[in-house]
Design a binder for this molecule. Structure first.
Ligand SMILES: [Zn+2]
Ligand SMILES: [Zn+2]
Length: 185
């Protein structure tokens, strides 16, 4: 998985920037709620997205431990019907400052096989983390049902709702077999 970086500091919308500096004193609680306006880039999210938990110092970086909850509805891979589902997961994520990259090969190797993200100074935007975790939670090939019949390639009708008006296409394999039978008589 590619490392995550937070290079952009949002000035509007909900941004909960947790700075490493603040964590040196004590852990910081966070509770971020993202509504439709903040989630325009994620059409699969149908309801409010909430991420709450606590950030604590971990070396030069931080660990975010919390719970992510939201309603999503990714489109069926075959018929495009939205499939309502819930994201409901406990998360424990390690974030390292970008400055550690390049300094130590060990960190990069460690990052390659673990849930490690990277951030630019001064800290991590928890709203961005929530958004990213939802993307990770989206199934790759969601199906509304295992035997979804998909859409007609000609007229686009949803074939789960019954056959469309398109003329039946002769199956070449069968016609070839019929020809063979005729010849063998
Ligand atoms: Zn479907
Ligand atoms: Zn059709």
């Amino acid at each position: 998985m590619a490392p995550t970086t937070f290079s952009r500091k949002r000035t509007q919308g909900i941004a909960v920037l947790i700075e490493v500096q603040d964590l040196r004193l004590h852990p910081v609680d966070f509770d971020v709620r993202l509504g439709n306006a903040e989630l325009e880039s994620l059409p699969e999210v149908t309801g409010e997205l909430r991420f709450r938990g606590q950030a604590r110092l971990a070396g030069e970086g931080m660990i975010l431990k919390g719970h992510l909850h939201g309603e999503i509805a990714p489109a069926c891979a075959r018929c495009l019907t939205p499939i309502p589902m819930e994201v409901d997961r406990d998360l424990e994520l390690l974030y390292q400052p970008e400055s550690v990259l390049g300094e130590s090969a060990e960190v990069e190797i460690h990052a390659a096989d673990a849930d490690v993200g990277f951030f630019a100074d001064p800290g991590v935007d928890v709203a961005e983390v929530a958004r990213e975790q939802v993307v990770l939670a989206l199934p790759m090939q969601p199906l509304c049902r295992p035997d979804c019949r998909g859409l007609c390639a000609r007229c686009g009708a949803n074939l789960n709702q019954g056959p469309c008006a398109c003329p039946a296409v002769a199956d070449d394999r069968w016609s070839a077999l019929k020809t063979l039978r005729k010849e063998s008589r």
